[in-house]
Ligand binder design. Structure first.
Ligand SMILES: *Cc1c(COP(=O)(O)O)cnc(C)c1O
Length: 477
């Protein structure tokens, strides 16, 4: 018979692992943000296969230190300013640990009632926290669900939109004619991927031009694209508008886009993967103006709201349509609770059948921080980004390349693109910070995104000092 880790040994090893994580967080700031090792370094340092007989957890922890952490990009590092943040927190990790320990499969209400009900309530709490339109609350026809990622949310939204646009035929026939999705040229790559998965192909996504000043979708261009497609016999199925685009955090004009979607009966999905978290602060809710027009909305607590990956919060205004589009009921899943119609079966709200108890980490985070704690986190990110942007504006050698309503600042040197690219390469090579880049209206831009809970004024000032000093080097050749 196999020997398992008994609860007492788990307790002992578990404390050691918690200690290991606490030590990691304590020493994080002293490590290089990224590994400078060449590809293959980590793989080569691992043993060729598993040992014949088991080893103690301590042996694995030793190899974590020896092999794994030196080969990481440290996303929680106070000098990590790349992409968007993917911040986590103590309460999130502990909630996830409980979820792992329970090992519950929440595919049906009946397979873990508390797993479903806590999730429904957490999504209502979040809707309240962000002051989302009433139509998304579970008290009416709407409701929320946790998806693994914003990409999955977009895919699910597209599938329901196809169901609606086909008059309910899509479920049986698949894509029986030409359907189209619209997003701005700045829309996330997950939209094109969703279109491929759904059988529309990349050509099924029509990129809509943006205003070069704001990088936001131009509603008149959207209308023109829809009109042209309809004239050509293509059925417009969905518009994906973005609050906080990945490149520059541009905000698409939801009131105008919503009115167009209503006029043509097109599904409106709003993707606020990163920037949605900002709406916990009343002073930032203007960024969501017009959201009452949306059929679905998502944001990622796993980006800027202290909840570890994976946790995307996705809401629909009409859950009935979503369930109709995705439900498949084999005999082995039939149960009295589902048939009573009184419960939610989240398997019908997502692509996979199985699902983890992810609401636990949200519950831990929301209760531990409280509303004011979460607001303080968002406000700190915005204030640090403002502080950094002021430094950029005060130095003639630099310029901002986009507005910075959230915690992302886009900037470049007033010089050829290659000079800014060289600046990025050199500051990242120090291992003290990690920034990434984009293109804004064709021009190379650096991006500095604040989000790690460990990042303070000191770290932002250090990043600026490093950039300013390195700029002197690259500009003088
Ligand atoms: C990050 C991002 C996504 C994808 O997020 P995942 O949750 O990692 O799938 C989608 N849309 C926008 C606007 C994003 O910034």
């Amino acid at each position: 018979m196999a020997e398992h880790m008994d609860p007492e040994e788990f307790r002992r090893a578990g404390y050691a692992v918690v200690d290991w994580i606490a030590d990691y967080w304590t020493t994080l700031g002293q490590r290089p943000v990224t590994s400078q090792d060449p590809p293959g370094t980590v793989a080569a340092a691992l043993s060729a296969g598993p040992t014949a007989h088991g080893e103690p957890i301590e042996a694995v922890l030793a190899d974590l230190d020896r092999v794994v952490t030196p080969g990481l990009t440290h996303w929680q590092h106070p000098g990590f300013f790349g992409y968007f943040p993917a911040n986590t927190s103590g309460p999130s990790v502990l909630g996830d640990l409980v979820s792992a320990g329970l090992g519950v499969q929440g595919m049906l209400w009946a397979t873990g009632p508390a797993c479903t009900e806590l999730e429904t309530v957490m999504l209502d709490w979040l809707a309240e926290l962000l002051d989302l339109p009433q139509r998304f609350r579970s008290t009416g026809r709407g409701g929320g669900v946790i998806q693994d990622s914003a990409s999955s949310a977009t895919l699910v939204a597209l599938l329901v939109a196809l169901h609606r646009a086909s008059g309910g035929r899509w479920r049986e026939t698949g894509v029986d004619r030409r359907y189209r999705a619209y997003t701005s040229t700045q829309g996330h790559s997950s939209i094109e991927k969703a279109a491929r998965i759904a059988g529309l192909g990349s050509d099924g996504v029509r990129p809509v031009e943006v205003d070069p000043r704001t990088q936001a979708m131009r509603p008149e261009e959207l209308r023109a694209a829809i009109e042209a497609d309809r004239a050509a016999g293509v059925v417009p199925a969905i518009v994906v508008a973005t609050v906080g685009t990945t490149s520059t955090t541009a905000i698409d004009p939801l009131p105008e886009i919503g009115a167009i979607c209503a006029e043509y009966g097109i599904w409106l999905h709003v993707d606020a993967a990163y920037a949605g978290a900002a709406a916990v602060c009343p002073e930032l809710r203007w960024t969501h103006d017009g959201l009452e027009h949306a059929d679905s909305y998502c944001f990622d607590p796993h980006k800027w709201l202290l909840t570890g990956f994976d946790c995307d919060a996705f809401w629909v205004a009409d859950a009935g349509e979503l369930i109709e589009a995705l439900t498949v009921l084999p005999e082995y899943l039939r149960n009295a609770a589902s048939e009573s119609g009184a419960v939610i079966d989240y398997r019908d709200w997502q692509v996979p059948l199985g699902r983890r108890f992810r609401a636990l980490k949200l519950w831990f985070v929301l209760r531990w921080y409280g509303v004011e704690g979460l607001r303080a986190h968002i406000r700190s990110g915005v204030a640090l980004a403002d502080r950094f942007a002021e430094r950029i504006e005060a130095d003639d050698r630099f310029e901002l390349t986009a507005a910075h309503p959230f915690s992302l600042v886009c900037f470049r040197l007033r010089a050829a693109d290659e000079v800014s690219a060289e600046l990025l390469r050199r500051v990242n090579a120090t291992g003290r910070v990690h920034l990434t880049h984009t293109r804004v209206d064709g021009r190379y831009s650096l991006r500095l995104a604040v989000g790690s809970p460990l990042t303070t004024e000191k770290h932002v000032d250090e990043a600026w000092d490093l950039l300013a000093a390195t700029a002197t080097d690259v500009l003088t050749g």
